[in-house]
Design a binder for this molecule. Structure first.
Ligand SMILES: Cc1cc2nc3c(=O)[nH]c(=O)nc-3n(C[C@H](O)[C@H](O)[C@H](O)COP(=O)(O)OP(=O)(O)OC[C@H]3O[C@@H](n4cnc5c(N)ncnc54)[C@H](O)[C@@H]3O)c2cc1C
Length: 422
């Protein structure tokens, strides 16, 4: 795919979606020297912020001081950026290069960046609209949940993905009674191999979480304002809050209606450009071509929301640099920091460095003799070196990876040296 033309003087840039990616794109445009108009249209009541705290520390202390804002609220006006928050973009008029906003205004763009993110996948069972059933995406969602997490309250989490498991850990720390219901045999099954899923299941149970796997919810009923979560096996759990974490749906409708190519997200190339060269997409909503992986991928991660948005902004300013990064994600539960670099798959050869449950441990995934993923618990440094090694092609031996006496920094430096020499 050819690189975007260097555009010399770039005109108005409009960004739809004021999440992390939208905020970072605006910041990078100004930092990159763009002097033209920038407008961000976002339907939340806040300036752009990062979401990871919402299922972690914010559930312990829901004060706005705990929020990682992309930039302080007054930075946007000071930087000449029009931040339309609390406003929804309704339509993209590609023929006129205009965006229609729900206040009736139309905003002209020379380049448009779509950072519309994702929304929680809704529960569709009978009773899903019960007032105690909630999701976790925004500051308001997290606040509401925190207020319901009173000591002794029974919090029922539907879905044992990363967010569900983080909520369970946070609720336990607030002295709640916690049940987690998961259809799959293990938690976090989409993100971590079975061995780690089983480890986290044991950990949560030991701490006091009633984690039920293979559990299917039939309907939600009501008992004098409390929610009754009825399982297919006939069991009924009485809940003071039901938190649903069963995945997300990319917000592609606007792009789809405008005729852009969609395939599990807005399809963009390695420069972040959609099927319309004036329109870019970044963050959770984009399915981008990753040159290091050789395929399109849609990621739901902090790193991608930040760095892909920055790459897109720079490409609009003429950088012509592909966004090529090894995916990276983390999750904090109790005192364990889990980090995943790369894209692990079932069937990978897995070697282990360290003892699971006995301090730092890393699982290295190899495919066709190359390192493709590193998953570590409390071993940020090793995962970081693993990520660098993967980006360089991953040509390291399984035995070296498994041996704690072999320095990963040395393996990385050797690989870097041979890459330079080649
Ligand atoms: C609770 C929680 C915990 C997380 N924890 C981690 C973690 O530990 N580690 C990690 O790597 N990642 C984590 N993530 C993921 C990370 O936060 C996301 O990948 C990131 O927020 C994506 O940013 P984004 O800007 O692409 O999308 P979003 O954050 O979804 O922002 C998109 C914005 O666009 C708005 N929007 C959509 N359509 C329109 C429209 N038509 N008009 C106007 N506005 C619109 C949306 O309302 C939203 O405000 C977590 C996410 C959540 C929800």
């Amino acid at each position: 795919m050819s690189a975007p033309e260097g555009q010399g003087s770039v005109g108005a840039v409009v960004i739809i979606g004021s999440g992390q990616a939208g905020g970072r794109a605006a910041e990078a445009l100004r930092q990159g020297g763009h002097g033209g108009p920038i407008a961000i249209i976002g339907d939340e009541a806040h300036p752009p912020y990062e979401r990871p705290a919402l299922s972690k520390e914010f559930l312990g202390d829901a004060s706005l001081a705990k929020i990682a804002w992309v930039r302080p609220a007054d930075w946007y006006a000071e930087s000449g950026i029009t931040l339309l928050h609390g406003r929804k973009a309704l339509r993209i008029d590609r023929a006129q290069s205009m965006v229609e906003v729900d206040d009736g205004s139309r905003i002209a763009y020379e380049n448009l960046i779509l950072t519309t993110g994702t929304r929680p996948r809704p529960l569709t069972l009978e009773g899903s609209a019960h007032p105690l059933v909630s999701y976790l995406r925004t500051i308001e969602d997290s606040r509401r949940l925190q207020q319901r997490m009173l000591p002794g309250a029974h919090i029922v989490v539907i879905g044992a993905g990363f967010i569900g498991m983080e909520v369970a850990a946070a609720a336990l720390l607030r002295a709640c009674k916690v049940s987690v219901l998961e259809l799959a045999p293990l938690p976090m099954a989409r993100g971590v191999p079975p061995l780690l899923g089983a480890f986290y299941a044991d950990l949560h149970r030991q701490k006091g979480v009633a984690l039920r796997t293979g559990a299917s919810v039939r309907r939600i009923g009501d008992d004098n304002g409390r929610a009754l979560v009825e399982l297919d096996n006939g069991e009924v759990l009485t809940a003071d809050a039901v938190v649903v974490g069963i995945g997300v749906i990319p917000n592609v409708e606007l792009a789809q209606a405008a005729g852009l190519e969609i395939d599990n997200g807005i399809v963009v190339d390695e420069y972040g450009r959609s099927s319309d060269p004036k329109i870019y997409a970044a963050g959770d909503v984009s399915s981008h071509f990753n040159p290091l992986l050789g395929r399109h991928i849609r990621l739901e991660s902090w790193q991608n929301a930040q760095n892909q948005a920055i790459a897109v902004a720079r490409n609009i300013l003429g950088a012509r640099k592909p966004y090529a990064e090894i995916p990276w994600f983390w999750s904090d539960q109790f005192d364990l920091n889990l980090q995943i670099a790369g894209v692990p798959q079932a069937g990978d050869e897995v070697v282990q460095r360290g003892t699971l449950g006995g301090g730092p441990v890393v699982f290295f995934h190899l495919r066709e003799g190359r390192l493709v993923a590193a998953i570590g618990i409390n071993s940020a440094r090793d995962v970081r070196f693993g990520k660098e090694i993967i980006a360089l092609g991953g040509q390291v031996g399984a035995a070296e990876l498994a041996d704690p006496a072999v320095s990963l920094a040395t393996l990385f430096n050797n690989l870097k040296r041979s890459a330079k020499a080649a």
